[in-house]
Design a protein around this ligand. Sequence first.
Ligand code: ADP
Ligand code: ASP
Ligand code: MG
Length: 409
Amino acid sequence: MALIVQKYGGTSVGTAERIKNVARRVARFHAAGHQLVVVVSAMSGETNRLIALAKEVQASPDPRELDVMVSTGEQVTIGLLSMALMELGVKARSYTGAQVRILTDSSFTKARIVSIDESNVRADLDAGHVVVVAGFQGVDESGNITTLGRGGSDTTGVALAAALRADECQIYTDVDGVYTTDPRIVPEARRLTTITFEEMLEMASQGSKVLQIRSVEFAGKYKVKLRVLSSFEEDGQGTLITFEEDIKMEQPIISGIAFNRDEAKITVLGVPDRPGIAYQILGPIADAKIDVDMIIQNVGHDGMTDFSFTVNRNEFTRAMGILDGVRQQVGAREVVGDNRIAKVSVVGVGMRSHVGIASKMFRTLSEEGINIQMISTSEIKIAVVIDEKYLELAVRVLHKAFELDQISA
Ligand code: ADP
Ligand code: ASP
Ligand code: MG
């Protein structure tokens, strides 16, 4: 008998029929003698619908009130799935995040889990119930409802698996595993049978939305056995997220290509080149709690330099507003912004022991006439910023150049 946490995403619970399908799968695991905690997302499209509705009423919705209403999507699916399980003769009980007591901080819309009280869930499991938990939501010290950021149900699943010391956390979604890149963009993308935590962390942080980045962090920290599977397929093996020491020798150098269109670039031109400039520009951005991703300061000439960085597109207008004031203070010539950029990253632990990956990436892009605007690297990743209009082309040619279509699953 194993304790398994299963998480089902929005598409997997998108209709009453699909919820019944999920119930049948859960019932099979339960009948095989396993204890099951099932985390569900809102029905597909529901979270987007609720956010749009909020914006119709308040242009920038109050974060506390937004969380109160956006979290309702998951409350619908826990009730429905519990009913579907009962219809199959399985004892089931639903829990909201607050009912479990998934305690978070008070950063509405992007709260972090602080602790999970697993005692009630455990008691229900021991009494033979399937426990159905609402993903994406928690509660802060004062009893306010919070949400964990888009895609946050993955994190609920992994955090519950960690708190319960589950044998495995299974993330069921609309693809049958983690692919070399998003199969919606590159049909030749291949499913990976395994990927290391580090690579998955880079893939997620560089834009592969198949797993929310915090869920991967949690799984790595608490050594949760994590697998991504399809909810539309029987008996698939999916992709297992592994620790590097477990992987086989013939691991490819590059495991995947991630991309995102969520960033915008800001350049401060004609900045006096003197100590403290980076701090003077980025300090007010950090004070406004705007995350900065890539940063480039050019070589100075004639006592002047240019300074570029990227922020999330949602924060672009706010960041430009802040920099307007900063420009005058630091005596810069001009601030220009571009929110039509995209970031493409190649990821692989094999980069540590192989040279020439960067040059191959740059050559491949140059052969297509794609200009690289910014570059950043880590030990296992090379990321470039390019014009958004070349994104799909860049991902396709890099996928081919690194022979990711040849990987055998
Ligand atoms: P869910 O609603 O189940 O949480 P998501 O839409 O959040 O599902 O994540 C699954 C989607 O992630 C897939 O449909 C796929 O388009 C996208 N995706 C992006 N990158 C990858 C990748 N490398 N491997 C698999 N899927 C990916
Ligand atoms: N329903 C939430 C979202 O759409 C959480 C999730 O699906 O993981 O972001
Ligand atoms: Mg998701």
